[in-house]
Ligand binder design. Sequence first.
Ligand code: DAH
Length: 343
Amino acid sequence: MQDKLQQLKEKALPEIAVIKNESELTELENKYLGRKNGEMTELMKGLKELNSEEKKNTGQLLNEIKKEIEEAINKKREVLSNAGFNERVSKEKVDLSQPYLPKKESGHLHPNSIVQKKLEDLFVSMGFLVLDSVELESDYYNFEALNISDTHPAREMQDTFYIKNHGNWLMRTHTSANQVRAIEKFGAPLRMITPGRCFRNEATDARHEHTFYQLEGVVIDKNINFGHMKAVLETVARCLFGSETKVRLRPKFYPFVEPGVNGEVTCFLCGGKGCSVCKQTGWMEIFGAGMIHPNVLKYSGLDPKVYSGFAFGFGLTRLVMLKYGIDDVRLLQNGDLRFVKQF
Ligand code: DAH
């Protein structure tokens, strides 16, 4: 038996030495050491026929030879896997003559997005949800549910693009259209802002564009009053234009609020003294706001005797123009890279 073991070793080791790839090596491993029918395993079975002295000697030799074969296989496996790696590396090429490839230019946020994100961060820090909504809106949410009936003159100021043969669908004229949608969906109490794109049928000029951005906000709870509204709007104004900024609220009619106000802030350029940006008034008009009209609360499914709230709408496009001193609204969306690259 000891002879057979020696023979097996003399046969196995040279075979291992000439193997060229890993799968052949595994085959060979099974042939000699495999648990079922491996040649070594078969020889081991013969051990039990020997007497105890022979069993001890032969067992020892068997273990030594098995270990030697295992080691040879492991070493070979390592050599083969390194060879595979070296082969791959040798095929890869570094072409030193390749001309320098310019770095791809990376984009950046549009000034609109910069201001929008700043406001979103502020409102999120005050516990507001940030909601998205549709741009193709129904007559109902854009006008009707906001207390702007079919024949209301406010419709004329907000003429927009209607969808042919679908009289009830239009491009929303203001983000206020998401007020009733949001209250229906989330109920009260609610704190939310909803920034987005709006549309109007404008003959465009430096101050008017058919497509522009607003940021709407709604707060509803029990016992919400005008003071809460003023505090929130002052916080926003100071975030945008600095801690010295003052807010002026003057009565203005909007069908969906009562009372309604027109909101101005002290001009951040002249500090209120009067300059060309504020047209010598010292004030800049940047939002509309008011206490939500009871009819709007009813349309939203809330009882105006239980809940009250306020709403506000910022002209986001206007804020961007003021912040960056942009004098023509059309620059913001005409796609001229010389313009957008400046931010
Ligand atoms: N939706 C108004 C507009 O586009 C702005 C506005 C005014 C929004 C008063 C409001 C508000 O939420 O309370 O002119």
